[in-house]
Structure formats: C-alpha cells, structure tokens
Design a protein around this ligand. Sequence first.
Ligand SMILES: C[S@@+](CC[C@H](N)C(=O)[O-])C[C@H]1O[C@@H](n2cnc3c(N)ncnc32)[C@H](O)[C@@H]1O
Length: 491
Amino acid sequence: MNQSAETPAGDSPSLEEVRELQELEVRIDDFGFTGEGYVRLHDGWLSVPGALPGELVRVRLQPGQREGARRLYADVVEVVERSPERRDPLCERDAICRGCQLRHISVDGELRFKARGITEVVEKFAGLAEAEQPPVEILTPQPTARGDAFRYRTSLSYRRVGDRVELGLYSPASEGLVAMSSCPALTVQTQRVVGVIERSLQGQNALPWDGEMAREVAAQVEGFEVAPGVEQIRVAVPNHGVGLVEVRLTEARDEAQFEVFCTSQPLASWLGRLVEALPAQVGLAVGSGPYRRQLKEPHRVRIPIGRLQMEVGYDDWIHATLAPAEVLYEAVGQWLEPEPEERFLDVGCGIGTIALLMAPRVGEAVGLDQNQASIESAEINAVGHGIANARFVAGGWETGLRRLAASGERFELATINPMREPLGRRALAYLNMLGVQRLVYLGPSPAAAARDLGALREMGWEIDRLAAANLHPATYHTMLVARVRRASSEE
Ligand SMILES: C[S@@+](CC[C@H](N)C(=O)[O-])C[C@H]1O[C@@H](n2cnc3c(N)ncnc32)[C@H](O)[C@@H]1O
C-alpha cells in the first residue's frame, strides 16, 4: 500500500527511503539529459518526467523498478509549487503520453535548456571549457510555436479490449493505448495516414489479426507455436507525404509461417483494404527482418525547401521538420561566408539540399553520402533545378573522403551532417588533406558531434561559433551546430 510523506527541501532521501515510501514530496534539482526533472538522492537519482527544476512535486514511484538500480523513476501526482516556467500542456492527453518531454515549459525555458545542453557536451566531449566557448546561439523558427506538427513517425499498437479494438501508442503510465490520429505533434500527412488505418478498422469488433486467429492458424500448421505478444501488430508511419506503413508480425519465424500469416483471411483482407485506402505516396510492407514483403511501393514526392523543390523517395533521409530545417540551412549559408570561386564539400549530403543551396554561391559543390538512393535523388534534384556546378559521389565517410583526397580534389568549405554517430578521427583527418578551412558541423546527436569536434581541435581546428538548433520543439532533442576553422590555415 502506498504511504505518503514529505521530505523537507534540501533534505534528500535515500534510494531505500524512496522505495519504502512509494509516494513522497520532492524538490526537483535540475533537468536530466532527456528533459525530465531529476532529484539527487543520498546515494542515487530520482527521475521525474514532466517536473521542472525548482518545483516541489508530489511523486509516486513507477511500478517495476529494477532491483539495485541507482536511478529510480517516479510520476508526478501533484505540482505543489510551480516553476514560473511552467505552461499549460500542449494537449489533453498530456498526462498519459510522454512523446513531447518538454511540453509543459515555456519556449524560452526550453531554448535555455537546449543551449545549456550544448555548452555542457562541448565542455565534456570536445574538451573546451565553458569560459573558452563562443556564446551558444539559438536557431529556431520565429515565432516558435509549441505544438508544431513536427513528427512524421509513429508506432501504433493494437489491442483488443473486450469487444473493442484499440489502436494507438502504448502509454507509459497506464496499460491503455493513446489514439494518435489527433496527436498535435504529428505532421498533417502522418495524421491523415493514421486516420486511414483507423478507419480501415472501423466497424470491426475483432482484430484483423490477433492471438485467437493465430491459434486457429497454429492448429493448421505443424510445429507452429503461439507465443505471448502475437496480438500486437505495430504500424510505423514515417512521412513527409512519402512514407511506409509497416505491419510487423511478431511471430514470423520461418518462411512457411510467414506465408500463413500473410495469406490468412482476416489479415489478408485488411491489408488489401489498406492498399486501396492509403495515399499513392505511402507504401505498405508486412513483416520484418528476413520475412518482409512490400505490398505497395511508395511513390516519390516533391517537397519545397527554401527556393528548391526537392524530390524525395522513401529510402532518402530528410528532415522531419521543414520550417526549423529552413532556418538551419539559412544559417549554414551565412556561417560559411562563401566566396564565388571557392569549392564546397557537403559531407552526408542526403538528397543534396545543402549542396544545391550553396551551388549558386560557390565555384563548385560536391556532395558525399553512402546512401546510393540519395545520391541518385541528389542528381535528379540537381538536373531538375538546372544546377550544373554540383555533383554527387557515393561513399562512406572514410572511403569517400579518402578517394576525394586521393584524386587531388580541394575544397575551402565544408559541412558535415551525420546521423547520430561521430565520423571519427580517421575520417576527419582527410579534411586537412582536402584543404578545408571553414567547416560547419551539424550534429543531430550533440554528444557524438562534440566528440568529433574534440578530435578536430586536437588536429588544429578552432570552434568559433556554436548554436543549438531547435529542430524538434517540445522534445529534448537538440542539434549541435558549430563553425570550425583550421587554425593553422593561411587565409
Ligand atoms: C542527417 S542526414 C543529412 C542529410 C542532408 N545533409 C540534409 O540536410 O538533408 C545524414 C546523412 O548521412 C548519411 N550517412 C550516414 N552514415 C554515413 C557514412 N558512414 N558514410 C557516408 N554517409 C553516411 C546518411 O545516408 C544521410 O543521408
């Protein structure tokens, strides 16, 4: 049974006390890395999603805490003393959905949290003390609206509740599913696709595929066992107008079993209906890993980015949020200070957006990316815009940069825009051979980016501008943007 207690501010309880009390009042010390509130305990930490630094909150320990863990997790029961930064949440589902970790804080508070995060990772991983760092600028669309429809991907789970079907996101705070078609954080296109999936299920009081049907199939197939979890079909909807619905069968373990799943009547007819109902640019795939079948190919689409109309296919990476991305692209052009005769290298070019935006301002722009599909899209986009001084090459960080260096290419300017992994010292070393002097690093994972910045500093580069790019408002995600110059270069 839950007890209740108060701990005077400043008197932090121990892990054991928190476990015993289950429900207690705590003063939040600071933000954790992922935007949750955290409390320093005598011998560990307490993470409280949805609580803000300085607040006094009544919290309840979440069920299922790991034995011996030094970090415990609790939910807010009541905010006893509010932070002046606290704002009304973005939507009425706030209490149960944690998709947007910073939905309850003012825009200024969110931006300060993000800027501070950049300072901390640069100090920790790039080895540059706060006092030595340039001030962290903020790159965010103006005015910044909380609750912009910025998310293009969601996972929907299925479950049968009595004679009803629920489709949505599993909520961490209850066993229920949160419906996603009206989630204000999803892009309009993604909401539309989720709506199509929901409608395809309407009027059914049984799942197209569920545990019961699995057992019926199991009775027909020798060696087929039904494990717990077969009731769930997960549907992911990445989207920018172009997307893919993936129906994951949790139980396909061999080809024969997969075939039975796909052709079993309730599932097959539901999938058939979905193929008809989904927009042309959204594909449909069933299964995962080795047992996966594409039932409908997604069409390519055109997306406006600044003055460009970029063609994108499903296998291409592009920003989830366009308005903030445009602010970012604008900053890249300004920060690089290009001269008309200089050559520009776009490392991790994707569909070629940065190279094509830079091409009119430089002598030549070259894009490098390991994704062959994106290189083809980039070429299509260059031809489509009549841009003749941009070309694109396929290759990994190290091999691609080495080949460019080996063939005697030279560039004054570059951007580096990886995913969430650092490039590493060996790949970065080629930048010196390529003659690069000014570089803008766009790091979706600030810690990974700061590691690369640390390696560059060791090789004689200097960070002279820093920014936190707010590409995902209301979440803890921040992009680290840094301008780095080769200190030893003669300009
Ligand atoms: C964040 S996206 C950047 C896309 C592009 N700069 C834009 O603004 O649209 C990262 C890109 O890095 C590429 N990439 C990831 N790992 C790579 C590697 N090891 N070598 C080369 N490219 C890689 C991906 O294919 C992807 O297109």
